[in-house]
Design a protein around this ligand. Sequence first.
Ligand code: GUN
Length: 292
Amino acid sequence: MLILDGKIASRAVIDTLKTEVEQIKLTGKRTPHLAAILIGNNGASETYVASKVKHCDEIGFGSTLIRLADNISEAELIATITELNNNDAIDGILVQLPLPKHISEQNIIMAINPAKDVDGFHPVSVGKLVQGLPTFIPATPYGIMLMLEHFNITTKGKHAVVIGRSNIVGRPMSILLSSNQPYGNCTVTVCHSHTPNLNEICLQGDIIVAALGRAEFVKANMVKEGAVVIDVGITRVEDPTAKKGYRIKGDVAYNEVAPRTSAITPVPGGVGLMTIAGLMKNTLQAYKAIGK
Ligand code: GUN
């Protein structure tokens, strides 16, 4: 059984980006720059955004973190995004999700200039993805594709079962795995909360992508011997014995599932790190396109 180590695969991507940015700086050009908007003080969002900023620093990107109170109005948030859209020094814009309930996620995503949509959530980006056109691929599915590539996992002709149909992970993942491209060409089944025979379908998966957000949902009896299992889950589960008072659990019951697999991502240390790598690649891509 191969552990698909996100530390190793993301390091390879980050190091390549670092080298590219060094080259850009040597030519005296402007530095690529990511702007992140963080609203309120959701603990998980704080952690993710801090990690994104830290990786920008490491690669040599500039970064701006804009923190806004969770009672900000939708109009004020859109005004902030518009300023970033119009700022030529900013290449990529991300608004960390989830948003406070009084703000429409769709309106916010639509306010971002598609040329700076490094999360790949804008309908223009999604439309291009569906049609197989170059675009920003949402960071988590992108990271998973980079992981499959790094470990040279065969996907062509395989049956991939994606559990979850979110705009952030499940839906774009299903599109990528079914696309006619390297590390695509799978037959894809998308399972969700209304799938009655989920266990049976999972058992048919040569590749399982678990992205439903329920700790340890995928059990050993749902996984075919030799399957490749990609665990996207990062649920905080209370644990008084843990230093922080919680532990991060994946969507897969790792200890019982791992021995059945041919390859599996750990949590933490798997897909999460690849998400950052995907976002960083998108930021450089935005810079290059805007710089032209
Ligand atoms: N919340 C959970 N995942 C993501 C992501 O990939 N991007 C943003 N902006 N918010 C998220």
